[in-house]
Design a protein around this ligand. Structure first.
Ligand code: ARG
Ligand code: ZN
Length: 467
């Protein structure tokens, strides 16, 4: 049973605000319980932005119990009498804010925290949440599973779109990006892998090993990951010096070898096409086959379910520029992730003896998607900038019609301006967030072309574009 200690003060605070009190004693008001995402209105929270997450996790694959301490450093964007975090399942054992015990209350996936003292606008404050239990996967509107996914002998955490609330409390919307330190303690003999750089690995006694991972660059919380299992680890560097860390389930090692061998070259190719690789580290996590129904571009180390092929590695690495460094402002901007990563596949193919992007575009236009064996579903079912609902953000139009939008721009402006646009977009929005409208305005400014017809027909237009 959860403590419901918040109820009375929250009601009082609301009444005070509702009666128009302007008294000096009232500094704060409740932060909003969502950021009004058009597709996932409850995702994220208002009133603050997180600067840093320090997650200290302990996991035992034998009983599936997770224990966590999340230290969340955030900046208040308004005076706050209370604020929310998103957390699904698990038991909250205690919350403190600025070192003082805080009241808290839970309703659905909202964890409401009422600090002992109101927070001032602009104040940087630290919240510590102790929590634990056996995490359950989050089932999203399209029926796919995210959050904490167990394997026979380990687990992996993936968060797109709303799964991260299944394993740590946070401001779970891509518009709030933060740096991370993730420390994981597991039984000796297991590996624990997360985003970024491995700072330390040490035996801490009691048959346990602790892994400390550090991600200095901003990261959207859906891109945070932890993988626990018995992995074969390979490290190296790309030619330009990016550290590479591959953790591969032993049963997938042989099957992954060819694609992962090309990872450094793919990172370099991306650097030449899209501008410098945005992060200090790269790599991969290959889980046993069928752990998930998809791969995910988790920051610096994409997660694969079974051995990936070269194009899948390319796709997930392309997301490091498009999606991870430049992140969508809302979930309806998902084509900025998937259209770009898909078009990167088309570009890689045309650079490596495959069919040209033009040929692929023409084949798709003519209804022949056999040039792309992944292209399940009708690419024309809806315009990519207007996904039909939260259950459609990973559908074919977001990927393929999204890629076709980029090819239409290339046709209009020519190769030189087009590639300058891709590089400029990645550079000017590096580590930030951008919306579809930001992109269309940027594309016209950068290329000096009026692209209204492309937007009207390809990006926003209902029906099947003819050319
Ligand atoms: N963003 C992932 C990719 O394109 C796909 C994730 C699909 N997730 C889902 N819940 N349907 O690589
Ligand atoms: Zn993708």
């Amino acid at each position: 049973m959860e403590l419901k200690r918040l109820a009375v003060p929250a009601v009082t605070a609301l009444l005070v605000l509702a009666t128009g009190c302007t008294g000096a004693t009232v500094q704060g008001r409740p932060g909003a319980s969502g950021v009004r995402d058009p597709l996932f209105p409850r995702a994220g929270n208002g009133g603050y932005q997180v600067e840093h997450y320090a997650l200290d996790l302990a996991y035992d694959p034998a009983d599936g119990q997770l224990h966590g301490t999340a230290v969340i450093t955030a900046r208040a964007e308004q005076g706050l009498s209370s604020f929310n975090l998103d957390l699904s399942g698990l038991k909250v054992e205690g919350v403190d804010v600025q070192g003082a015990g805080a009241r808290f209350n839970r309703t659905g996936t909202e964890l409401t925290v009422r600090p002992a003292k109101d927070l001032k606008k602009g104040e940087v404050f630290r919240t510590t949440v102790d929590y634990g239990g056996r995490p359950k996967p989050v089932v999203d509107p399209d029926g796919s599973r995210e959050g904490w996914i167990t394997t026979g002998d380990g687990a992996v955490a993936v968060g797109e779109p709303v799964g991260s609330m299944g394993w740590f409390p946070g401001n779970h919307h891509p518009s709030d990006k933060a740096s991370y330190d993730v420390t994981v303690t597991v039984p000796d003999g297991y590996e624990a892998v997360s985003n970024g750089q491995l700072r330390s690995r040490r035996e801490v006694g009691d048959g346990r090993t602790e892994f400390a991972w550090h991600s200095p660059e901003p990261m959207a919380s859906y891109l945070a990951t932890v993988a626990i299992g018995k992995f074969k680890v390979t490290t190296g560097r790309t030619p330009s010096g990016v550290a590479v860390y591959d953790a591969v389930a032993p049963g997938e090692a042989a099957g992954s070898e060819a694609a992962l061998k090309r990872l450094p070259e793919i990172v370099e190719w991306g650097g030449a096409k899209f501008g410098p690789y945005p992060f200090g580290t790269a790599g991969s996590i290959v889980m046993p086959a069928r752990t998930l129904a998809y791969a995910l571009e988790t920051q610096t180390k994409p997660v694969y379910s079974g051995a990936p092929d070269e194009l899948l590695v390319l796709h997930e690495l392309a997301h490091q520029w498009f999606g991870n460094s430049v992140s969508p402002k809302t979930w309806k901007d998902m084509w900025l992730n998937e259209g770009f990563a898909t078009y990167a596949e088309w570009l890689w193919s045309e650079d490596h003896g495959g069919v040209s992007a033009q040929r692929r575009f023409e084949a798709f236009l003519a209804g022949d998607t056999s040039v792309d064996d992944q292209a399940g579903g009708d690419w024309a079912a809806f315009p990519p900038a207007v996904p039909a609902g939260p259950d459609h953000v990973s559908d074919a139009p977001v990927y393929y019609r999204g890629a076709m939008v980029l090819h239409r721009i290339r046709q209009e402006v020519g190769d030189e301006r087009f590639f300058d646009l891709l590089r400029g977009w990645a550079a000017d929005h590096r580590y930030g967030n951008a919306s579809t409208e930001d992109f269309t305005a940027y594309a016209e400014r950068r290329t000096g072309h009026d692209l209204k017809k492309v937007w009207d027909v390809w990006l926003y237009g209902q029906g099947r574009p003819k050319a």
